[in-house]
Design a protein around this ligand. Sequence first.
Ligand SMILES: Nc1ncnc2c1ncn2[C@@H]1O[C@H](COP(=O)(O)OP(=O)(O)OP(=O)(O)O)[C@@H](O)[C@H]1O
Length: 581
Amino acid sequence: MRKPVEENSYCDVRPTGGTSGSRVPGPMVALPRGDPRSAGHRSRGFGEQRVVEDQSGSAERKAEVKDLDEAWTRVLAGLPPNQRAWLTNSRPVTLHESTAIVAVPDDFTRGQLETRLRPDLERILTESFGRDIRIAVTVDPSLDPELREPVAPVQPVVQESAPALQPPSHALGQPIHQPFGQPHQPIHQQPLHQQQPSHQQSAIAQPVQETSRPLGSVAPPPNGSAPTQPATEAQGEARLNPKYTFETFVIGSSNRFAHAAAVAVAEAPGKAYNPQLIYGDSGLGKTHLLHAIGHYVRSLYTGARVRYVSSEEFTNDFINAIRDDKAAQFQRRYRDVDVLLIDDIQFLEGKIQTQEEFFHTFNTLHNANKQIVISSDRAPKRLEALEDRLRNRFEWGLITDIQPPDLETRIAILRKKAATERLTAPPEVLEFIASKVQTNIRELEGALIRVTAFASLNRQPVDLSLAEIVLKDLIPEGSKPEVTASMIMGQTASYFGLSIDDLCGSSRSRVLVTARQIAMYLCRELTDLSLPKIGQQFGGRDHTTVMHAERKIRQLMSERRSVFNQVTELTNRIKHQAKQQ
Ligand SMILES: Nc1ncnc2c1ncn2[C@@H]1O[C@H](COP(=O)(O)OP(=O)(O)OP(=O)(O)O)[C@@H](O)[C@H]1O
């Protein structure tokens, strides 16, 4: 048997020069390529979703969006002036189910909305709609008035830059749904998406256009989950795990935005956000969301060609195609699809030839308004060994991150997992497991499985004492792991969406001051560092500042539940990180 070709053994292509623009951390929005806003065609800031919805011609959706606008007017009227000031350059984007997405110009404002303003915003929105509404905040730098003038095109529009790659007629100006065919069932049959606006039906029930390629015609089962057996080639090609659907995905503050964006992408593939990039640490649900998009697209659009592939498989496939002289088949496999879901893109780092191939795959799909969804373990700007031109393209669409889930979300995930896997575990055991395993959902599920398996093997009931024994082995106490100031600062910065420089800097904004004081407090609690040493770590501050911070946080913890929760969650994360060192 021939050995597979080593990716780098034949490469002679070098990455192009240049640097990608630096971006603020956290969920970010980049203008899609060809977005008329980038050429100054549209005065509104962040509003791609509205445009998509308006194009669908749905009266219901328009009404809903209008409601959000109206509700937003009420929000502005209902807030005291000092809070309203934070919303001057903010915009409501869209309402998806019970989540209102709000765009703000920078990360700092996002912090304000997510902490200080959140209760009032959600209260007024909830009152306005007569049902529970949560907010998800996204950053759209184009809302910053200082960046608005003069309006420079962010990306050249497709037609200007690449006349040879004109998308097919159906891809310009017409709904992308058409080539996919009609939905095989009314939306209201989707259990999780019962509140789905009925615009979906009218939007996609349009005449099916002739396309040059055959369309699959297999309808998935009514619940939107994938069948266990591939019934046709098209269905088999999708390679979706039937367990990874939106129905089985638990939404919490750590993944709310990524989830909402994923649903929007699945409802309007190629139109809402293209590409969508989801990034986050291992085991936080990126693959799950990719598969869920695939299932949902296939349940909405009969015949949609969806392909899920890990970047590793893409690389191996490419290498084998070259070895076997089957480049054309390879290209058809990845370019003749409506939705390409590509997982763990960081795997392409350093693989120049595969990156080159993926670059062309990306361009072909994007130019034809086909949807691309990418996952990565890091933000694109941190994929240093990826070519700039690829990283830049990832920023054309929507970048969403997934953070480790909080305690409530972890408990909810365990509950769902126990229900779907028919595992019996009392609530106190689920809570105990969720408190022990904090950062990786795969480990969380593993712990539940271990506990229930242990009980079953020993014919014992699943109770707290048994869970303690099992998890002791899983997460041994051992010697006290060493916590360092840099660990604390790193975790605190990422928890609050700040940088280490922010923590060491001189800004006195409220979010920053609280974050800095919490980090100093944790340094006192979790390390043996002296007050002056801690002061030095935070940009050479005086030891009295550290003393003040310690007192302040102690006091706030007993007064404000939010601060108590923040300190508890951060302590858990830091200890967990220390254990892994
Ligand atoms: N929000 C969630 N609700 C329910 N299950 C979840 C959620 N997030 C993750 N999971 C489950 O956790 C496990 C790990 O998730 P997944 O494989 O999607 O992580 P990942 O981010 O792709 O990790 P990696 O980067 O290591 O591939 C899966 O079984 C998935 O179903």
